[in-house]
Design a protein around this ligand. Structure first.
Ligand code: SAH
Length: 365
């Protein structure tokens, strides 16, 4: 078996190498994190980009077994921001010079929803003079819908594959045809073909998920040539079916470290992509996102949803900062990024270098 430092010196990695990186501990694990950070700095610099996250509705037609806002959870207070509230939040992001926003919600597929989003994209573009890059995270939609949103001016899309093991995927979703692994995969291919900067990700530490599954997830990102990744630890929620398996989970610190190892290993594998330090990391450790940055992540998504609604967008328990107002988030995150020894890329779109390189190599650009 190779040592961690000899694996880190290689230019390509086998599945066994990845598994070894994901299982290292102690000093070896610290070496992995330091290498992730160093590679980030060499290939894409020391800047952290903010994406103002607007969680504008928790109304969802899906029934994912892990998610707190699933359709069958009758205890959720369902909300839907008005267009004006969304426009105000976008204006706030622009004023803060964030460069990008993310519009996220539960999954709704209807022509009125499609039109609403198309109009919002156009209005945000107009209102901010095209200064904000718009990312959508609105689940699985028809290709024509994705096209319409792209043409309206949204150029990034996040759709987590959740796990690349189809068998595990079917264990954490209902088998009703509406939660199909291959359909989700098709959506990712469609998004990429349309021209979106495409982002995906997985949950880490799901019941019965193995290290081999996670190594396969990383190889999938590489083979797909993904532009952006957001991965976080799986966190239990008492109002979901997966809660029944809570005793089978890895201890929370192990899930946390495994997430950091996934971030660092992915950075070593895909040097020029955007990787988010997700909020779920901070649900476990008050410095979770900083630790993500120190392991190779370069994107943070400050929550700029109006404070009033935050307690109702609970995908998992102990979500941090639900009582804050957007302005508080900004100051707090800025301090945190500086503390982690990085700079903030204000006023910059912070496009994935990987995407920029990929576009240059396309014949029509
Ligand atoms: N409707 C959109 C956005 C969903 S929420 C979509 O389908 O893409 C965004 C992400 O939150 C999900 O993709 C999932 O990976 C994550 N999530 C949901 N429940 C979670 C939980 N209990 N623990 C950790 N992450 C969770």
């Amino acid at each position: 078996m190779n040592t961690i430092s000899s694996i880190l010196a290689q230019s390509s990695f086998s599945e066994a190498d990845l598994e070894q990186l994901l299982t290292c501990e102690g000093d070896q694990m610290q070496l992995l994190f330091d290498t992730g950070k160093k590679i980030k700095e060499i290939y894409i610099g020391n800047k952290i980009y903010f994406r103002g996250l607007i969680e504008f509705s928790n109304i969802c037609h899906k029934d994912c077994y892990y998610c707190g806002i699933r359709r069958s959870n009758r205890l959720v207070n369902r909300f839907n921001l008005t267009d004006q509230e969304i426009l105000d939040a976008a204006h706030f992001a622009d004023e803060c010079n964030f460069g990008s926003i993310v519009l996220q919600s539960g999954e709704i597929s209807s022509s009125s929803f499609t039109h609403r989003i198309t109009n919002l994209i156009s209005q945000i573009k107009h209102q901010t003079n095209g200064r904000l890059r718009i990312t959508l995270s609105l689940g699985e939609q028809a290709e024509s819908v994705y096209k319409q949103w792209y043409q309206a001016g949204a150029h990034r899309y996040l759709l987590r594959i959740e796990t690349t093991n189809p068998e595990l995927y079917s264990k954490i979703h209902p088998s009703d045809g509406a939660h199909d692994f291959y359909r989700r995969l098709d959506c990712l291919h469609a998004l990429r073909a349309i021209g979106f900067q495409t982002g995906t990700g997985v949950m880490i530490g799901l019941p019965s998920q193995t290290i081999q599954d996670l190594a396969h997830d990383l190889l999938f990102f590489e083979q797909f040539g993904i532009d952006m990744v957001g991965m976080g630890p799986y966190l239990k929620h008492s109002q979901t079916p997966l809660y029944a398996l809570r005793n089978e989970l890895l201890p929370i610190e192990q899930r946390f470290n495994l997430t950091l190892k996934m971030i660092a290993t992915l950075r070593i594998l895909m040097k020029d992509i955007n990787i988010a330090a997700t909020t779920a990391l901070q649900a476990i450790d008050p410095f979770g996102r900083e630790k993500g940055i120190m392991a190779g992540a370069n994107v943070i998504m400050p929550n700029i949803t109006p404070g009033l609604y935050r307690n109702d967008y609970l995908l998992y328990e102990h979500k941090p900062c639900t009582d804050d107002e957007p302005a508080q988030c900004r100051g707090c995150l800025e301090a945190r990024v500086v503390m982690a020894g990085s700079e903030i890329g204000y006023g910059d779109w912070g496009d994935s270098f990987h995407f920029v390189g990929r576009k240059k190599n396309l014949p029509d650009s």
